[in-house]
Structure formats: C-alpha cells, structure tokens
Design a protein around this ligand. Structure first.
Ligand SMILES: [Zn+2]
Length: 193
C-alpha cells in the first residue's frame, strides 16, 4: 500500500545497531517509491513540501499508535489528513472501452500536494473501509514498522517473521541461556521469598 511504504521512509535498523535514517531526505528513495506505485515523480521537493510530507507522516503514525492501543484517533491528526487531502482534488470520469467501464480519477493538481493527497487517501481508505483493528506496530522495539495484519487469527506480531520474528526468537533464547548461566534459578528463588 502507498501509505505503509511511505511510513517506512522513517527507517530504523531492525537489527538493533541504532542506525536510523530519514529516506524522505533522499530524492532517489522518493523517486523509487513513487515509481513502484505508478505515480509521477514531481522532482525533489522544496523544503516546505518536505516539511509537509513529514508532518503528514507524523499524523498517520500517531493515528496508528492510538488505534493499536484501542484508543481513538486524535482530531488534530485527522485534521492533518484532511488538510493533505485538500491538496489534491480529483475529477472522476467514466471511461469506456468496448463496454468495459472504469471509474478514472484525474488529479486537478500536480506536484507534491497531489502526492500527499494520494498518501492521505490511501490511508483514509484503510481507516474508513478496512478493519483498522488489524493495524499493528512490529513487536521488535528496534523496528516498530507499521503493518496491516491479514492473518486469519490476527496473531501477527512482527512485520516480517523471517527477519524481526527470528531475531527476537534468538534474543529470547540468548537471554534464557544467559539467565541460566548466571544463576537464573535465583530469579525464581527471589520471587518465592
Ligand atoms: Zn519488524
């Protein structure tokens, strides 16, 4: 989805090196992200446009943070989404090719405000039309990537079971080993006294 790839621009090394990077500052990343979602790259954003994109990212992230703890989204953040949406009004039209009808949307604006509106619309559609109680933040504290849990039993704890899931399994295993070596039994001892 457009919006969750957009959130991934705020990169934190999930392996725990402490390295973090804001990909929104990298025109190359923006270009690739938009190409992947079939959107035109409007050229490197101005400082103001970049601020606007980062604000939008913050609004989406704070809404997710609220919803994942079963709280309601803050009106300020919803207002931020609506502001981004107002940057890209669309014209809808029916297109016809051999009696196959499609509803096409053409943006009235070009440039970054339009991209911001597309991102806000993609997240807005999820809020309004999907089950937002399936939004998750990866359980790996070094990762915290946001994703949509599509598993049948809603039990997905990590953004990627092979990456973060395995890493956390190894960490838990090592922690248990260490506890056993340094007299882990004293933990039980002290809790019983
Ligand atoms: Zn993760």
């Amino acid at each position: 989805m457009l919006w969750d790839d957009f959130l991934k621009s705020d990169y934190h090394d999930w392996r725990g090196s402490g390295h973090s990077e804001d990909f929104l500052d990298k025109p190359g990343w923006l270009e690739q992200w938009l190409a992947f979602h079939n959107l035109p790259y409007p050229g490197a954003p101005s400082a103001e446009e970049l601020d606007e994109l980062k604000r939008l990212r913050g609004h989406i992230l704070r809404i997710v943070q609220k919803l994942t703890v079963r709280d309601s989204a803050d009106p300020t953040n919803l207002e931020g989404l609506n502001r981004a949406l107002s940057g890209g009004p669309m014209i809808l039209r029916i297109a016809d090719s051999d009696s196959e009808y499609r509803l096409e949307s053409t943006p009235l604006q070009k440039g970054w405000p339009r991209i911001g509106a597309e991102v806000a619309a993609s997240f807005g559609r999820l809020l309004a039309e999907s089950d937002h109680s399936r939004l998750r933040i990866c359980d790996n504290p070094d990762c915290k990537v946001v994703y949509y849990d599509e598993t049948r039993n809603r039990s997905k704890r990590f953004c990627d079971d092979k990456a973060c899931g395995n890493l956390m399994k190894v960490r838990r295993f090592r922690a248990r080993q260490k506890a056993a070596k340094t007299g882990g039994s004293s933990i039980h001892g002290s809790s019983e006294t």
